[in-house]
Design a protein around this ligand. Structure first.
Ligand SMILES: [Zn+2]
Length: 100
């Protein structure tokens, strides 16, 4: 928990800003392996953002929180997509059966 409130110097070369925890809506992160899936991270997630260059910095615990959230979102989308595909297949089968 203490990790969420500490600040640290921005790691960007040449930047002298400070990474400060920020809770904010509208931050989209890509899934680590399914890069086509961008998910809006909940506003209450405290993620460090540089006060100078604006870059987000994920500490190790935050990286895990974000990755877990992205994976949950991926699984949710995957099951929605499976549902749509299954429904389309069932409809196609019903139409084919009706023609027999
Ligand atoms: Zn910076």
């Amino acid at each position: 928990m203490s990790d969420l409130i500490h600040v640290f110097p921005c790691q960007q070369e040449g930047c002298r800003g400070t990474a400060i925890p920020l809770a904010k809506d509208g931050r989209f992160y890509a899934h680590p392996t399914h890069g086509w899936l961008f998910v809006c991270i909940p506003a209450h997630f405290l993620i460090h953002r540089c006060s100078n260059c604006g870059r987000d910095w994920l500490t190790e615990p935050n990286q895990k929180l974000v990755n877990d959230f992205l994976e949950e979102s991926f699984q949710e989308h995957a099951s929605l997509i499976r549902g749509v595909v299954d429904a389309a297949r069932a409809k196609a089968k019903a139409e084919a059966d009706a023609k027999k």
